[in-house]
Ligand binder design. Structure first.
Ligand code: SF4
Length: 700
């Protein structure tokens, strides 16, 4: 046995970028703890970090390519796999058109240095417009709002949580998610700090979430009424003449259009729809406008619904008109060391609307179509029908709406390839699976999440373990396929080469930032608090914030239509919403035995009054149906949820019989996406409307 060593790295499971201190001996991990000297996370970690070792050691993880045959899965060599993939992709594209090849990218790509860096070139090499990703499952409204208001989809405002005096959280549960579109390790500690300095946190949510329980105040809201709440609060700010654009006074256009828009959305008129008293809505608006600094942060519940686009736009408007945009304690903009914004020119033409999806005419944004229409594009015959597909690090059968229909669609493909370390509910439909190395075998630097970080910082992590001779990193796999398809030789660039170049030429390059400097500072380097910078970073052609893009104004009639619809569907009287769990992340951490041990967490939360009406007892098995499917799930009865609303976790439903997912042996759960309907989307952004699914419930 060799000596015990210490390895420092960033956890790449979720967005929080926690620093880890890993003790190991040879190939054995002895402990994974928070790195107290990491200037950003300061020792914070959550239980998921320890699962990194499980993925590395997992016996069910694939290490060599496998091919589906009549006699089951067989190992094949990398060369044979690449030869067959390139030959099949080329043939399908030559005979059926370039767009006959589709691509789906899962969320882990954003947490992978090599993929974040080389995926754009890989996608280009495929030469198809049939591109899909998990971004249209939950976050497209944020990018569309930034694109139309600020000229760049990557220019995302994040709460300056460490300096704010008033934080309003709508449809977000950052204490459990550890921040989302807000990279902030230890949200709990940061929230307590707001309260300790005399500030206030208010949560608006149909559930009394873990974040709501910590907040100073929680207000229940009806699902999908967040846009109405935001309009009413903006109405109040105008009515009270509290408009304050601060230092953006000469950089905002469209204020008059907003004033005219909100006239008919008074709290008094909207209160019954929203489910919050008019006086409480007015108080929220007034508190926000009169606080020394304040920020409104709206997330999953507000984004993954039929009005997600309006919600994210109005959140920005609310922050802007109360003087809380690009100012300390408000919604601010990071200045990352690896600055993705440098790839966007000022006034660059947006890709939005360049195409519509073939079957349902949904919008193309950020270089992709909504995943909610992927199954349609595979199963509907015609020019540009998808006949071959490559998925990279994703399990859309469990993570996308109507996931079970996507599974059926995959069976209709002529050829499918998955880059993944597991045989799972999606990859089992592939003809060939190409397994990559896992987190601990890869180097790491967070390209994306430094763009959403509440503090500027930079950290590089070297691989902990060397990959085995026969293993390849994801980016090596992608480059090999790209070279084969394009006929151009691999450029030989490594993630480290490009990272070093970007750091040296980036905003901190003149302060000596480079890869070597990060290697010399393995705990990471703090680059300071966020500073007002939008006037320099904005990418609209006139350099101004567009407060009222026509696209959004045109979507208001759709919102008004909702007001005339019955509050409850007689066949499906309950609104189903998702629930985030502290010990799971999307669909893939469920393969860690240490994270799934114990009681079944996949339960249907319902209000005691609803339970009494239905004659349901705690723990009883229920049958839950929507217009697209039915599941069986145990009841969890408590008053932490609004009457008429039910909630279950997302990311579950692993079926061990057909896959290698070891989790399923103990806690398979059921998939919420067997109930969600791919036809329910936010028509403005194309984002999936996972929340607000209408369901009926009976004892199973
Ligand atoms: S909060 Fe996220 S980044 Fe931090 S340890 Fe947990 S999973 Fe890792």
């Amino acid at each position: 046995m060799s000596e015990v060593k210490t390895h420092l790295r960033t956890c790449n499971i979720c967005e929080a970028m926690c620093g880890l201190e890993i003790k190991y001996q040879d190939k054995q991990i002895l402990s994974i703890k928070g790195d107290k000297e990491d200037p950003f996370s300061q020792g914070h970690i959550c239980p998921k970090a320890t699962a990194l070792q499980d993925f590395y050691h997992d016996k069910e993880r694939l290490k060599t390519p496998i091919k589906r045959t009549e006699n089951g899965w067989v190992d094949i060599s990398w060369q044979d796999a690449f030869d067959e993939i390139i030959e099949k992709f080329k043939t399908i594209q030559e005979t059926q058109g370039k767009n006959a090849l589709g691509v789906y990218l899962g969320n882990p790509n954003a947490h992978n240095l090599g993929n974040a860096m080389f995926l754009p070139a890989f996608i280009k090499s495929l030469g198809t417009v049939n591109r899909y990703s998990s971004a249209s499952t939950d976050q497209m409204p944020h990018h569309v709002a930034s694109n139309y208001m600020l000229g760049a989809g990557i220019l995302i405002p994040v709460p300056d949580i460490d300096r704010t005096d008033f934080m309003l959280i709508i449809g977000g549960n950052p204490v459990v998610s550890n921040g989302s579109m807000m990279t902030a390790p230890n949200v709990q500690g940061r929230m307590k700090a707001i309260q300790k300095r005399g500030g206030k946190v208010v949560v608006v949510d149909p559930r009394r979430t873990e974040t709501a329980k910590m907040a100073d105040e929680h207000l229940f809201i009806r699902p999908e009424k967040d846009a109405l709440l935001l309009l009413s609060m903006i109405h109040t700010v105008f009515a009270n003449q509290q408009i304050d654009l601060g230092h953006l006074e000469n950089y905002v256009e469209g204020l008059d259009k907003i004033e005219s828009l909100v006239k008919n959305f008074s709290p008094q008129e909207m209160s019954d729809y929203i489910g919050i008293d008019a006086s409480a809505i007015e108080k929220l608006a007034t508190d926000m406008a009169s606080a020394k600094s304040a920020v409104c942060y709206s997330r999953m519940g507000a984004s993954t619904q039929t009005f997600g686009g309006l919600c994210q736009w109005l959140t920005n408007v609310f922050n802007i008109i109360t003087g809380n945009f690009d100012s300390e304690g408000g919604a601010m903009f990071p200045q990352p060391a690896f600055d993705l914004l440098r790839r966007t020119e000022r006034g660059q033409k947006t890709s939005y609307g360049r195409y519509q999806s073939r079957v349902r005419k949904l919008p193309f944004f950020n270089g992709e179509f909504p995943v909610a229409t992927l199954a349609d594009e595979i199963t509907t015959p015609g020019q540009d029908q998808i006949k071959a597909l490559i998925t990279v690090a994703g399990n859309p059968v469990l993570s996308s709406p109507s996931g079970d229909k996507l599974a059926v669609a995959f069976e209709e493909l002529d050829f499918m390839v998955s880059v993944d370390i597991y045989l799972n509910e999606t990859t089992k439909h592939a003809n060939i699976i190409l397994p990559a190395t896992t987190g601990l075998e890869n180097s790491h630097y967070d390209i994306f999440f430094n763009s959403f970080s509440v503090r500027n910082n930079a950290k590089y992590s070297a691989p902990l373990f060397e990959k085995e001779d026969n293993q390849r990193a994801d980016w090596e796999i992608l480059k090999e396929i790209a070279a084969g398809l394009s006929g151009r030789p691999n450029d030989g660039f490594t993630p480290e080469f490009v990272l070093d170049m970007e750091l040296k030429s980036g905003p901190y390059g003149n302060q000596g930032l480079s890869l070597q400097k990060l290697i010399d500072n393995p705990h990471g380097i703090d680059l300071g608090a966020l500073k007002p910078c939008i006037i320099e970073r904005i990418k609209t052609s006139d350099g101004k914030v567009n407060l009222a893009p026509q696209l959004y104004l045109d979507d208001i009639p759709r919102l008004k239509d909702m007001l005339s619809q019955p509050a409850r569907d007689k066949d499906y009287p309950f609104d189903l919403i998702g629930r985030r769990l502290a010990r799971s992340h999307n669909t893939w951490t469920q393969n860690s035995k240490r994270l799934v041990k114990g009681k079944n967490p996949v339960t249907l939360q319902l209000n005691p009054k609803d339970a009494t009406d239905l004659g349901v007892e705690n723990g009883q098995l229920l049958s839950v149906s929507s217009n697209v499917g039915e599941i069986k799930i145990e009841a969890l009865i408590n008053d932490d949820i609004l009457q008429g609303v039910v909630s279950m976790p997302q990311g579950w439903g692993h079926n061990q019989k057909d896959t290698g997912m070891s989790i399923a042996a103990t806690q398979p759960g059921v998939s919420i996406n067997d109930l969600t309907d791919a036809n329910r989307v936010d028509l403005l952004t194309g984002n999936a409307a996972l929340n607000g699914t209408k369901v009926s419930i009976k004892v199973a």
